[in-house]
Design a protein around this ligand. Structure first.
Ligand code: OGA
Ligand code: NI
Length: 342
């Protein structure tokens, strides 16, 4: 537990193990403010929304959604309870600390990919919710704050519903069967990462999260009103401007594989800041571990052979978790190349 960054009251200096060589930490160019994530109003007509999602997805791979149907109360309660969790005294959380990546529910610090290198300025609470029966979710959830379980369940049911709605719109837009992304491909546990980035003594020398692509199917992020998320775009980084009440949505690697690269899973990273803690909630819609995923026949023809291997989600995660991130820090992570090296 003492390894958790937020367990220390203040950090006067940045420990050496968090310092990145400058070439692995390119700053966003001054011009990157000119591009921003599209904001899609889900209350508009279905045709318009479908087109906007597909366009945004193809152009940037990230977008924000508003009027999305997840209640403001569910989102506010979730943000509040997550902040309360990280504010609890260390002894209330110590039992949840684990470095075992196979554990469904745990708190841990820093790395999510095994890079063998620098650490990242981030603590994380991981929770898994079973579907369709949330009540069967794995035990061992935090017992404090007392309302956490109820708040998380309500938030997760609604947020998963929103994710499934977006997946259906994508299928329609891509000309796939509308239920193509239902079943095992989206039917695994819904995993939540509550990311907590404490104030950092030297934000220019480290990262909250390294450049990565999410390995799941679809991610919905409550980004906090404190900035930090950056999205790779044309060799630069776009800083995401949070919109009150919006979710940031992005495609996971499995959507890139299924669509044979028509949709791309885009790299993103998190910057830290000096002054305030930032707490975000990422909801990952996941396939079941045994689900076999490869390019859908609809995207294949003589001119478009399969560009990705067909793997179970379990195999995919195992392979992708040991990928060296060195090159990706220069924006060159390429799933096709990673798979060629297998
Ligand atoms: C993630 C992620 C972004 C953020 O959890 O995979 O990219 O801003 N989080 O916390
Ligand atoms: Ni991510």
């Amino acid at each position: 537990m003492e390894k958790m960054l937020h367990a220390a009251p203040v950090h006067a200096t940045l420990p050496e193990c968090f310092i990145f060589p400058a070439d692995k930490l390119p700053q966003a160019k001054a011009t990157s403010g000119a591009v921003s994530l599209p904001i899609i109003d889900l209350s508009l007509g279905r045709d318009e929304v479908r087109r906007a999602i597909l366009d945004a997805g193809k152009e940037i791979g990230f977008f924000q959604v508003v009027n999305h149907g997840v209640s403001l109360e569910a989102m506010r309660d979730m943000e509040a309870v997550c902040q309360e969790f990280f504010a609890l005294p260390p002894e209330d959380k110590a039992g949840l600390y684990s470095e075992d990546a196979g554990k469904a529910t745990r708190i841990y610090s820093s790395t999510m990919f095994d890079t063998g290198a620098e650490k990242y300025w981030r603590d994380c609470l991981r929770l898994a919710c079973s579907f369709p029966d949330v009540g069967d979710s794995p035990s061992g959830w935090p017992d404090k704050p007392a309302r956490l379980r109820e708040v998380v369940e309500r938030f997760t049911v609604q947020t998963r519903g929103l994710g499934m709605q977006i997946l259906r719109l994508l299928c329609e837009g891509l000309g796939l069967r509308p239920d193509y992304l239902e079943g095992d491909i989206s039917g695994g546990d819904v995993v939540l990462h509550v990311n907590h980035y404490p104030p950092c003594p030297d934000p220019t020398a480290t990262l909250g999260l390294p450049p990565h692509c999410d390995r799941n199917l679809l991610t919905l992020l409550v980004p906090s009103m404190v900035r930090g998320l950056e999205v790779a775009y044309k060799g630069d980084w776009i800083k995401v401007d949070p919109v009150p009440g919006a979710f940031v949505v992005n495609f996971g690697c499995q959507l890139e594989v299924v669509t044979n690269g028509v949709l791309k899973s885009i790299e993103h990273r998190v910057m830290t800041n000096l002054g305030v803690a930032r707490t975000t909630v990422a909801t990952f819609i996941m396939p079941t571990t045994d689900c076999l995923i490869g390019p859908a026949a609809d995207f294949l023809n003589d001119d478009n052979p399969p560009a990705y291997r067909t793997l179970t989600f379990g195999e995919f995660k195992r392979i992708y978790s040991v990928v060296k991130l060195g090159s990706s820090l220069n924006l060159t992570t390429n799933l096709k190349d990673v798979q060629k090296e297998l």
